[in-house]
Each structure stands twice: as structure tokens, then as C-alpha cells.
Design a protein around this ligand. Sequence first.
Ligand code: AMP
Length: 436
Amino acid sequence: MDFDMLGLAPRLVNVLKEQGITDPTPIQTQAIPHAMNGRDVMGLAQTGSGKTAAFGLPMIHALLKAGVKPNPKTTRGLILAPTRELAKQISDNLTAYTKGSHLKVALVVGGAGIVAQTKRLAGGVDLLVATPGRLIDLLDRRAVRLDETIYLVLDEADQMLDMGFIHALRRIAPLLAKERQTMMFSATMPKLMSELAGTYLTDAVRVQVNPPGQAVKKINQSVHFVAQAAKTDLLIELLDKHRDELAIVFGRTKHGCEKLYKVLEKKGFAAASIHGNKSQGQRQRALDAFKAGKTRVLVATDVAARGLDIPDVRFVYNYDLPNVAENYVHRIGRTARAGADGSAVALVAPDEMIELQDIEKAMKDTIPVASGRPWEVQPGQKKRPNGGGGGGRRGGGGGQRSGAPRAAGKPAGGQGKPAGRRRGGGGGRARSQSAA
Ligand code: AMP
């Protein structure tokens, strides 16, 4: 099977060939023929599967064939992505696929000058890649209108669900052309996602490369049961064994990630961090340095790391477990790309047991234990509050307590007790503080 056989214009096939893209990936083989027939598509696939080309090529093919120039301040196709980095990646890919044609691809994301973006849209574009917030800004300023937009793509849609995306989509969708083709791509299919698909897709074909909620087979997963205060030391020990390999460390809060990154840097690791408190320029530079192998450890929150196509990541560390089980699958999907081996290591403190149980339930599998023993779940124990606000109640601070003995290996004891009781038993600490 090659791209000719999928019905793409020979000219487009040649452009792909020049870029070394000759054999369609499974998601492309499945999605492209339906998309070329104008069907709505619900694709279950992760970044790295080739999904950008899966939705991009049929649109490009149709736009080339139609040969219609876009009107000023309009776009023929709109691709919405959850993060600026992902939007840029999509726009870069689409720009490469449209090389040598008259098609115009534009990128509008927050953190970049809105004036230049307004100018770019003034003459009209064929494909617009956007993050929802900036698009709404530009719509409000009447820099662009969407009534001639006949293709809509929602990429990494499941990741947009927890980011106020539904609200944005409710505003954007009614502005689009009534007759349109919609494609939605997602790595997982939570219930809310099915509802969204029901609202925005019509008679969609469902295509899928990995069963939802199941991690890619090549990833070696393991879990260390370790006290929160001992996580940083353990992480350093683990990172130290593979200093030459690329590793992504996921933390829960912006603040925690920043602290952890600083600790790692002090310990001599070539590290960088990306999270919502960093400027767009800082995020892109950190990412570029990591992709180039100049930095080896990237500490990131979910928000900044979603959907990124970074080849050669050998290790994913879940320093903090994600609040939403599906995000675990996303995170570990950053490794073992393109058939390579990868390891996903989770560090689990007593108050993350519910998160771990949810993850194992979603994956229908248990993660092998590398050290420690599962903490006992306390009656009434709940998930930790979502760290998305960046409050940084916890995080990389563990490294400051390097003298503390590691609790890995100890079964559930005092560590596992609810915060209230722990505090009750913490008189010793209070005394020692007042003594100091
Ligand atoms: P994506 O999943 O869309 O982020 O794509 C991941 C990477 O694979 C991108 O760098 C694409 O350029 C590349 N790619 C997409 N389709 C193919 C293909 N059929 N053969 C080889 N590489 C591809």
C-alpha cells in the first residue's frame, strides 16, 4: 500500500516522497480513504502515529483539487489543538506537506504577537492551526471569520476536555460553515469524548490504531512505592543510571516542576522545564534543546507536554501520578516511539494510591513493582486535588530533605494515614522546629 493507492494527487505523493514519507502508517491507511470521501472521522490515535498527515493530506488534496482562493479574513480549514507546541508542530507538518503549492497555512497561538497573526489572516488562508483561546481573541477582533470554513479538525480532543475547551468549542462551532467535514482525533475515548463526538460529528467513521486506554506494548512499565519526601532522591538515582538517554519527568504542578528542575540542574543534569508559567519562547527553546539532545531531562506538566512528537525518549518518569487516568497513557506514550524501546517509571506516594488504582483499572493491567510495597488505602481516601492551578503544594521539594531515609520498601504505615492523623502524630516535628 502506498499513498497513490489511497487516491492522493500524484503531486502530493511526490512532495511526501521528497520528505521520506512513502508508506502510509496504519492510521493513515484507515482514515485517508474515508476522509477523501468526505466522511466525518473519529480517529483514536496518539501523536507519533502519523495522524497529522491522516487528517491533513485529505484536506490538502481537496483544497488543491478545488483550486479556490480563500477570501480575505477567512480560512477553508481549521485545526484546533490544545497546546501551542502541538499547534506549531501541526502547522510545521502541514506547511511541509503543502510545499510548492499555492496553499497558505497559518498558525495562531497565544504568547505570540497578535498583530502579525492578524496580518497573516488578512488575505485569507487555506488552513489555520489554532489554540482555542487565541482564535476566540481573533474572532472577537474580527480578524477572521469562519463561515467559509468547510473542514474542522479537533486534534488531541481528549486533552482539550479538561482545558475549558468545550466552552470554547460551543462558541466556535456555530460560526463555521453548516456544510462541513469534521475530524476528531484523540488518544483515549473517555465518556465525555463520546458525547462530544456525538455533538460535533455526523455519521462518523471510527478508526483506531491502539485500543483506547491500553498502553503501547513496547513500554516497560514499573512502579516504585516511595514516600513523597524521598521521591527526588530516588529519581536522581534512577536518572543517574542512564545519563545519556532522554527522559521526561512529569510533575503535577508548575511550581513543583520548576523546583524539581532546579534540583536536577544543581545535581549536574542537563535539564529543562516546560509548564504553563514559562513564556512561549522559553517553552519552545526548552523543547528544541531537548529534541536536539542538548538537554537530557525535561521536567513537564501535562499541560505543556501533551501530544508532543519527540523521538528517542527512552524514559518517562511519573514523579507525580496524573489526576486523570487517561493522562498516564498519554504520558508514557512519549516513549517507545517508532518501534523503539522505552521505560515508564512511576513513583507513587501513599496519597496517590487511588490514582494508581484508577490507572490500572483503565489499562486493565497491573504495573509491575520495582521497589517498595503497595501502600494501604485508608478508609475514605480520595484522589489528591488537581494540581492544574500551579499551587505547588508538593513537587520537587523532596530533594531538600535528602537526609531523610527513603520509605520505599516500607509497607503502608504511618505514611499512608490521612493527612489529619499524620499531623496529629507530627508533634515531634513541631517540637524540633520550635527547638530550632
Ligand atoms: P504525527 O503523529 O502526525 O505527529 O507524526 C509523527 C511524525 O511522523 C511526523 O514527524 C511526521 O512527519 C512523520 N510521519 C507521518 N506519516 C509518516 C509516514 N507515512 N512515514 C514516515 N513518517 C511519517
